[in-house]
Design a protein around this ligand. Structure first.
Ligand SMILES: Nc1nc2c(ncn2[C@@H]2O[C@H](COP(=O)(O)OP(=O)(O)OP(=O)(O)O)[C@@H](O)[C@H]2O)c(=O)[nH]1
Ligand SMILES: [Mg+2]
Length: 361
């Protein structure tokens, strides 16, 4: 049996099993098995798309990467040519774009990489169209721009489902579940709140499936089996999302049925492009940090634009090579410093407005 059939058989069994306290641990086990097979399928697709290249092996560039995902002919290529300097073929037929086309959007001092891709269709995760390649590129995104058309609001659900299947969690955070492996004594379950959606048997059978037989597990909330699997699966990525509805010239605005916060545009008429740029920049979340020169004043009018949550290491990568190669330590002033002038290392996480002085060897 191939992986796809194995997944299908397990999912059929899950659907056909009556859910009650006595079957919870069995369902948990089946869900964990499904997760493992899906992970194998994604790993294989990632390997294939980067080995064979085939126009999908794009290097991340700039301060952040945005991946455009949408059905064929919704106007992805039209939009990237309005946002960046990229040249991507535009045509009235479906599957015009056949590979990954990169472009750079300069906005608010940040350099944002945008990737145009072929259209996605239902069944992408099992390999329909160039689905697997598209979804493995999407996993690299800091932000996924979901492009829709006004007459087909259902496309949104199909796209989010395909993304979910390959381990991409939109607008989410990793569940607050921590596991500490022990050597003996079985599994001890701790929780900050009462667990009403998970039985101890279900927790233990899922943990066993992931090779944990002894130790402590701590829940920060009333989580489900799926949350537990998300916490244990190494392949989950948490990406921001922006929904854009193109071709609103056809309807005179966004019709009902679209997610709130969607931005309406008409890419080929150039309407709403500034709003999309602004929304991308704000969703990604950037901060300004400053380097303190050896002599002279800090240049407050020349900030370095970094993604929120960046480390000193990420900052050094934007400076001449020697800063990373000969890095000894850094001194730091601002919100991220425990005390002003604190000495920190490469993994120190910066905050907006920080001032950094790097000491080289
Ligand atoms: N009415 C209208 N048509 C548009 C708009 N933007 C793009 N189009 C048209 O939609 C068609 C498809 O545009 P593309 O940019 O090639 O679409 P795509 O999503 O890149 O398509 P694939 O690469 O095949 O997935 C073209 O005929 C465009 O001219 C718009 O704002 N309004
Ligand atoms: Mg295209």
């Amino acid at each position: 049996m191939g992986v796809d059939e194995k997944i299908k058989a397990l999912e059929d069994e899950i659907r056909n099993t009556k859910r009650h306290k006595g079957t919870e641990h069995h369902i948990g086990l089946l869900l964990a098995k499904v997760a493992r097979f899906k992970r194998e399928r994604v790993d294989r697709a990632i390997k294939k798309s980067s080995i064979s290249g085939g126009g999908f092996d794009i290097r991340k560039e700039g301060d952040a990467t945005v991946v455009m995902v949408g059905f064929p002919s919704v106007g992805k290529s039209t939009l990237i040519t309005k946002l960046t300097n990229a040249k991507s073929k535009i045509a009235a037929y479906e599957f015009t774009t056949l590979e990954c086309i990169p472009g750079i959007l300069e906005y608010g001092g940040a350099s944002i990489q945008i990737l145009d891709l072929p259209g996605i269709i239902a069944g992408a995760q099992v390999g329909k169209g160039r689905g697997k390649e598209i979804l493995s590129v999407a996993r690299k995104a800091d932000l996924i721009l979901i492009l829709l058309e006004p007459l087909n609001p259902w496309q949104y659900d199909v796209i989010t489902k395909e993304l979910r299947e390959v381990g991409i969690r939109l607008e989410g955070h990793p569940p607050r579940i921590s596991v500490k492996k022990g050597i003996k004594g079985g599994i001890r379950i701790h929780s900050a709140v009462k667990l009403t959606r998970l039985t101890p048997q279900a927790i233990i059978s899922v943990l066993n499936e992931y090779g944990f037989h002894n130790g402590d597990i701590t829940f920060g909330d009333n989580y489900t089996t799926d949350d537990l699997i998300d916490a244990l699966e190494a392949n989950r990525v948490y990406s921001k999302a922006l929904v854009v509805v193109n071709k609103v010239d056809l309807t005179g605005g966004i019709p009902p049925g679209f997610p709130t916060g969607a931005v309406g545009i008409s890419a080929d008429r150039g309407a709403g492009i500034e709003e999309v740029k602004k929304a991308i920049y704000e969703k990604l979340g950037f901060m300004k940090v400053y380097t303190k020169p050896r002599t002279g004043e800090i240049k407050w009018n020349e900030p370095m634009i970094m993604k929120t949550g960046s480390t000193i290491e990420a900052m050094c990568r934007k400076l001449p090579k020697a800063f990373l190669k000969d890095f000894k330590y850094a001194l730091i002033w601002g919100k991220s410093a425990k005390f002003q002038g604190q000495r920190v290392g490469l993994d120190h996480v910066l905050q907006d407005g920080d001032v950094i002085f790097i000491v080289k060897r």
